[in-house]
Write a protein that binds this ligand. Sequence first.
Ligand SMILES: Nc1ncnc2c1ncn2[C@@H]1O[C@H](COP(=O)(O)OP(=O)(O)O)[C@@H](O)[C@H]1O
Ligand code: SF4
Ligand SMILES: [Mg+2]
Length: 337
Amino acid sequence: MTQTVSRDTPMLEVRNLVMNYGTKDGMVSAVEDVSFTLARGDSLGLVGESGCGKTSIALSLIRLLPDNAVVKQGEVILDGENMLELSPEEMRMRRWDDISMVFQGAMNSWNPVYRVGDQIREAIDIHWDEKPTVREANAKIAELFELVGIDPSMMERYPHEFSGGMKQRAVIAMALSCDPKIIIADEPTTALDVIVQEQVLEELRQIQHDLGMSIIYISHDIAVIAEITNHIGVMYAGKLVEYGPTVDVFARPRHPYSWLLLSSTPSVTGPRMKLAPLEGEPPNLLDPPSGCRFHPRCPFATDRCVAEEPPMEDIVEGHRLACWNHDQVPTTAKETE
Ligand SMILES: Nc1ncnc2c1ncn2[C@@H]1O[C@H](COP(=O)(O)OP(=O)(O)O)[C@@H](O)[C@H]1O
Ligand code: SF4
Ligand SMILES: [Mg+2]
């Protein structure tokens, strides 16, 4: 089926996505009614503590789920087409071509016995419409290596000859090898030391700018998201709790969880904010808290929060959040004194 997709159509629209994992102890509610959009050429950051469902969203989008995972509900509309309605074979064709992913920890999964270039060429051979000659594939890999800041001669080398930063750059090159419309980068710099992390982020920012790509960056580190995204989605316990332009959310986080995440990250907020502690841990999603899932940790919680789940609502245009008491959240951390 051919369809005309207007330039104004978002690159990606996720509507009411629900995903669970079946376990012997019951259902893990990992993604609960999540909706967001990603415009063409935009970068969206998904942030939240470990265990809040960020990777689960990514795996649902690209439809590479473990056997015990079930997408219960929702739509994932990529460039006008619902990915969740495609057959496994159709999805296999879209994956890497249309939507690709840098997996969490992927830099450690290079096969040690093959040259890095050969491993990327294998991906190119499988996914390009016409299998390229070795010369064509190598030319593409050289181009990608230059793009991500690796000397093209490194394609002849083995993984152990790459530094950590180079391994991660090569993973990014592989994710770009089929010119996808959208790329999901799951904790792409988490395993790297701070200086290398900065370099890889800069490279990613440059690539996104040069190629005009749509990107979803996933990180537990809100400082990383601040640096490289236009929009931000804050996840808590399987739910999206705040979504808006990054500058707006950083200037004035309105959801208590975002506010606490931000104010406990001094590198973002600078010395002007008094630190407010984010105590405790995200809940076990086998048995999430009633009402607002954040209520056991929230300094603004009331009885209503325990009983009733707050809906996602537009607070100002394009800035949505789910909280009954968002007007209680201080505009600056000074007010916490
Ligand atoms: N294969 C799985 N089986 C059962 N539960 C899982 C599985 N993978 C993740 N989970 C659970 O799903 C929730 C969300 O995990 P995840 O998406 O990995 O979060 P994040 O990426 O934000 O750290 C967590 O409670 C986690 O324990
Ligand atoms: S709804 Fe209540 S518990 Fe949830 S974040 Fe808002 S104030 Fe806190
Ligand atoms: Mg994860």
